[in-house]
Design a protein around this ligand. Structure first.
Ligand SMILES: O=C(O)CCC(=O)C(=O)O
Ligand SMILES: [Fe+2]
Length: 345
């Protein structure tokens, strides 16, 4: 089936301060120690050798643009998610839903699709492509997520399938495909937010698989407290740990703080299209440390299940009243299920 081709702008020529991240080649039997080291030192790494061809990669970006470019606003509203009421992240999140800073709302649209594509109805333009989207989810689950989880479990000294066993494809849980499109902000809003489009945050789940794309905007907070840009690598994946993996690994693997800012000058004014697979343990998993905890964010008796954590985080994200952290100029906080969650300016 033909789909309009989505053409992103070329990569930026500006000399950005890039993070120097390791590259893990899944086709070359990576060593668990290297993956642990990558996760511990940087919290982010690239994956290549994942088995999706450059053509298949381009095809999924073309499909990813459909929910935004080929669906009218009134139809989008029919398929809007109910994040605040139900804590569920399926369907659209339309623009100006999250508060960023100083009264400025976001300019990003999301369309989230559970890996079980039959869970919800989808807009007309997406329907002919559901089988391909499901195949894409399966590819991510079995050829990317599971191999990485095996390496991460071995890296903790646990049996290889410990994490795989709590990330079932058919279990009850919320692992999903996300398509995401950013639009430009007005000059006035850029000033009010100091050009931050999405504040520094951690993801809720275990790992996030992000398909590298050419518009620079993603930054990670390094251990020394500096923001560094993520460099685009054609057909690579950018992997990071989220809260659930931090909890399960007793803080060995850290949920890394990242944010999205206005792209560099030569890419400004262009839209930015993203493709992701957001992974989380099965809903019923208690997020207790599987190894001796380095650091604890809660006592065992208070550990949330994945379902409780994702619902609490999803309902609050971009909607809750954040409080300035004491003595920390650029950190704001909220409490979710009794656990302090930080957001960074
Ligand atoms: O758009 C990006 O590059 C990152 C988005 C992100 O951090 C998120 O959706 O959680
Ligand atoms: Fe994120």
């Amino acid at each position: 089936m033909t789909v309009n081709h989505y053409s992103p702008p070329p990569v930026t020529q500006e000399p950005l301060d890039y993070a120097d991240l390791p590259i893990i080649d899944l086709s070359k039997s990576p060593r668990p120690d290297d993956v642990r080291e990558a996760m511990q030192t940087h919290g982010f790494f690239y994956v290549v050798g994942h088995g999706l061809s450059p053509d298949e990669n381009q095809r999924i970006f073309d499909i990813a643009d459909l929910p935004f470019a080929s669906v009218r606003d009134d139809e989008k509203r029919q398929y809007e998610g109910t994040m605040q009421q139900t804590g569920s992240y399926q369907g659209y999140k339309l623009r100006k839903y999250w508060h960023i800073d100083n009264g400025v709302q976001d300019e990003v649209e999301l369309y989230n699709i559970n890996r079980d594509i039959t869970k919800r109805q989808h807009p007309e333009a997406v329907r002919p492509h559901l089988a391909e989207i499901e195949a894409f989810a399966r590819h991510n689950h079995f050829n990317v997520l599971h191999p990485i989880l095996r390496l991460l479990a071995l890296g903790l000294g646990l049996p290889e399938d410990t994490l795989v066993n709590i990330h079932g494809y058919s279990s009850v849980g919320d692992t999903y495909v996300r398509f995401m499109k950013y639009y430009r902000h007005s000059t006035e809003d850029e000033e009010k937010t100091q050009s931050v489009w999405l504040k520094g945050h951690t993801d809720f789940g275990s790992i996030t698989i992000l398909y590298s794309q050419p518009v620079s905007a993603l930054q990670i907070l390094t251990p020394s407290g500096e923001w560094k840009w993520i460099r685009h690598i054609e057909n690579a994946l950018v992997i990071n740990a989220g809260d659930a993996l931090e909890f399960l690994s007793g803080g060995v693997y850290r949920a890394t703080i990242h944010r999205v800012v206005q792209p560099p000058k030569d890419q400004r004014g262009r839209t930015r299209l993203g493709v992701f697979y957001f992974c989380m343990p099965d809903d019923n998993v208690k997020l207790l440390p599987l190894v001796d905890a380095k650091e604890r964010r809660f006592v065992d008796a208070d550990a949330p299940t994945m379902e409780e954590w994702r619902k609490g985080r999803t309902a609050a994200y971009g909607k809750s009243q954040l409080k300035k952290a004491e003595g920390e100029e650029r950190i704001e906080e909220e409490v979710i299920n009794g656990v302090v969650v930080k957001h960074y300016k």
